[in-house]
Design a binder for this molecule. Structure first.
Ligand SMILES: [Zn+2]
Length: 462
């Protein structure tokens, strides 16, 4: 037994059909017959990622085995149709599946996928594919091994009634051993039915990936199919060895080619490359460490320079303050100097005044003595013109004259009482002098003459 499913996500969801004839190798149904087998020059080649490994929005789950098991059935015994909207009976066949491969790298989903190459001769189909209105697809397949992901029961072996009574419902959530699990129909083996452009695919990644014009080789190969799309067995045998070549030619330049199986030599080479890369990584890390060290050094230097600059600024500020202080000190010193000069001048003036006072005293003494001796009083101006020493000499002479008793009598008669007092002082001083008290007249006369002589001399002088 088997069921047929269509991975559309229309209002019906997953379409499951129990009422279909499933005879492996059966002749194609009339609606699937091919009217125009050769690949026409004006037809379109389309590459389609038709179905991917993993869960779909219909809660079906395509296993690797399921995809791979279907590969031969897409083109043998006849080329499966590419249609629109899964509408096999009323819908339009726009082309045929010419090739299918299982690819597990660089797919839209990142998981394994069946990648179809289809030829589309239909005008409406070509237009729809080229303008993008025909973009997403879903597969229709006859499923022979489909297991309940919860209990492992083979859904494909069940009747519709059995399935309706099954305890696990597709998309249902069950707690198994404390773990929450969703029920999927896991497809392990299936047979191709058709590939259809649909509006809403169940497999969100299922869509056209490339569009290109057919090559001459592809057209030539296609010519070996009969008018019902069934490959002539003898021709098929001849083509068996060419098949891969044909596939390669259909793939545009730049299309990723499958990675070859690694050999021991390749492994060694890879190991060497890994070692080289490790070396480079290490060198890069060392370079990075070195660069980081340099950055640290530079940062330290910059910090030091900033510190130095700050220090310099502080020093400069201090120096500026010192200069200002020095200026103030200088101003104060200048003031001191001015004061000192003023003081000096003041002292000098005092000295002058003092000297003047001394001279006046001397002059007064001379006048007084002369008056005491009864001598004519000299003009004060004349006396002022004389030097201090000269005045002192005069005073000395006058005092000696006063010590003469004869002269003293005269003095007594002429001087006023105040002067007599001064004269008495002078006489007492004189009397103290032993020599003076013993002086005789002769000596006194001699002295007078001497004085006269001296006075004359001095008069001559002045
Ligand atoms: Zn179950």
């Amino acid at each position: 037994m088997a069921i047929m499913i269509r991975e559309d996500l229309g209002y019906e969801g997953l379409q499951v059909d129990w009422n279909f004839s499933s005879k492996p190798g059966a002749k194609p149904e009339l609606s699937e017959s091919v009217q125009n087998t050769p690949i026409a020059q004006d037809s379109l080649m389309v590459e389609i990622e038709g179905i991917h490994e993993g869960p779909t929005r219909n809660y079906t789950w395509y296993m690797t085995e399921g995809l791979q098991s279907s590969i031969p059935t897409w083109t043998k015994p006849y080329l499966r149709p590419l249609i629109m909207h899964h509408n096999e009976k009323d819908g339009k066949i726009i082309g045929r599946i010419r090739d299918v491969i299982y690819q597990d790298t660089k797919t839209l989903s990142g998981t394994g996928a069946l990648v179809f190459t289809a030829n589309v001769p239909d005008k409406e189909g070509k237009e729809g594919i080229e303008n993008g209105t025909l973009k997403t697809v879903s597969i229709g397949a006859i499923v022979h091994d489909c297991r309940c992901s919860i209990c492992g029961a083979n859904i494909a072996e069940m009747s519709q009634e059995e399935l309706e009574n099954h305890e696990h419902v597709r998309g249902g959530i069950y707690i198994i051993d404390g773990v929450q699990k969703t029920c999927y129909w896991q497809i392990y083996r299936m047979e191709a039915k058709e590939l259809s452009y649909v509006i809403v695919p169940s497999d969100i990644y299922a869509q056209t990936t490339k569009i290109y014009k057919p090559s001459k080789t592809a057209m030539s190969v296609a010519a070996n199919f009969n008018n019902e799309g069934v490959l002539n067995l003898s021709e098929a045998a001849k083509l068996e060895n060419q098949e891969s070549t044909v596939i390669d030619e259909k793939q545009p330049v730049g299309d990723p080619t499958p990675a070859p199986v690694p050999t021991v030599e390749d492994t060694d080479k890879l190991k060497q490359e890994i070692e080289d890369l490790k070396g480079k990584l290490k060198a890069a890390e060392e370079g990075k460490t070195e660069a980081e060290g340099k950055v640290e050094d530079l940062t330290a230097k910059a910090t030091k320079a900033e510190q130095d600059l700050t220090d310099t600024k502080v020093l400069l500020e201090q120096a500026t303050k010192n200069i200002e202080q020095a200026k103030k000190d200088l101003i104060l010193k200048e003031a001191d100097l001015i004061n000192a000069n003023t003081l000096r001048e003041s002292l000098e003036e005092k000295v002058i005044n003092l000297n003047k006072h001394v001279k006046e005293s001397l002059i007064d003494s001379v006048i007084t003595l002369r008056e005491s001796l009864g001598k004519p009083v000299q003009a004060k101006e004349d006396l002022e013109a004389r030097s201090e020493d000269s005045l002192k000499d005069a005073i000395k002479d006058l005092k000696e004259e006063l010590s003469n008793p004869a002269a003293a009598t005269t003095i007594t008669q002429t001087v006023n009482p105040s002067v007599v007092e001064s004269a008495k002082d002078f006489n007492s001083d004189v009397k103290k002098d032993e020599k003076a008290s013993n002086i005789n007249l002769q000596e006194g006369l001699e002295k007078v003459f001497e004085n006269i002589f001296t006075d004359k001399t001095r008069s001559n002088f002045y």
